[in-house]
Design a protein around this ligand. Structure first.
Ligand code: NAD
Length: 260
């Protein structure tokens, strides 16, 4: 049902972003990929997704911490597809440290990539969405957009900020065919989380499997990871007509994390 629409998914060369990009492609949307990685692997990814779902794909290597690069990417989307109908703000990084030890440059990078980049893509995508009176902006926040954990000051601040930006965007577009919502995943086993599992295994002298079990046991009552495919299905729902009055929500898919 998304045939003819174009989706930009930031940070879609891996993990959740890739899962969401594939889910939107499966509904017929053209996809602009973004994110870091090996150039040959990205070219192959683009070609494989285009072939599998019979859609057009492209890729832009904008560093989401750089506003001028985001502007170039948005301009490139206009040139290639006439603009963007669906924006999924997904690129994100994590850094774990106590506040007094938190490297200042890491704070700045987490805020720039996880929060400010969404302001830029949103402000640049809205004019065309308004022209068409249709658009979907989906911000990938986190359970950490709703509750906190120690040692994640920048991440928690950025994700709470992203939930706030989601609500303002929803209000400013409330009387249009554009909706803006946030998705708040719990633990998903992606490279971002595998790093945290590895750190636990090393610190505790425990196996990878045990580190995963401990990580889940602390926060996620289901004891199971959320998957990129499940998050993709929620993003597809948010793009549907059935979701046209879902506006400004921060929808957790978190195995029960924030119910506690
Ligand atoms: P990931 O590390 O697998 O993927 C992150 C993606 O962002 C990659 O494609 C990477 O290349 C890209 N990226 C990183 N820095 C970038 C930059 N400066 N410019 C452009 N692209 C950049 O991580 P993931 O777990 O898939 O995370 C995706 C999003 O989901 C993030 O916003 C993260 O905070 C959020 N999230 C993840 C989890 C989880 O458990 N994995 C939970 C809640 C929220």
């Amino acid at each position: 049902f998304l045939k003819g629409k174009t989706a930009l998914v930031t940070g879609s060369t891996s993990g959740i972003g890739l899962g969401i990009a594939r889910a939107l492609a499966a509904e017929g949307a053209n996809v602009m990929f973004n994110g870091f990685g090996d150039a040959t692997a990205i070219t192959k990814l683009q070609a494989d997704v285009a072939k599998e779902f019979g859609i057009k794909t492209s890729y832009h290597n904008a560093d989401m911490s750089q506003p001028t690069e985001i502007e170039l990417m948005m301009r490139s989307a206009v040139e290639q597809f006439g603009g963007v109908d669906i924006v999924v703000n997904n690129a994100g990084i994590q850094h774990v440290a106590n506040i007094e030890d938190f490297p200042v440059d890491k704070w700045d990078a987490v805020i720039a990539i996880n929060l400010t980049s969404a302001f830029h893509t949103t402000r640049l995508a809205l004019p065309r969405m308004k022209e068409n009176n249709w658009g979907r902006i989906i911000n990938i926040a986190s359970a950490h957009g709703l509750v906190a954990s120690a040692q994640k000051s920048a991440y928690v601040a950025a994700k709470h900020g992203l939930v706030g930006l989601t609500k303002v965007t929803a209000l400013e577009t409330a009387q249009t065919g554009i909706t803006c919502n946030a998705i708040c995943p719990g633990w998903v086993l992606t490279p971002l989380v595998q790093k945290q599992v590895d750190a636990r295994a090393l610190e505790g002298g425990i196996s990878n499997e045990e580190a995963k079990r401990n990580l889940l046991a602390e926060k996620q009552p289901s004891g199971e990871f959320v998957t990129p495919e499940q998050l993709g299905a929620l993003a597809v729902f948010m793009c549907s007509d059935a979701a046209s009055q879902v506006r400004g929500v921060a929808w957790n898919m978190d195995g029960g994390w924030v119910a506690q």
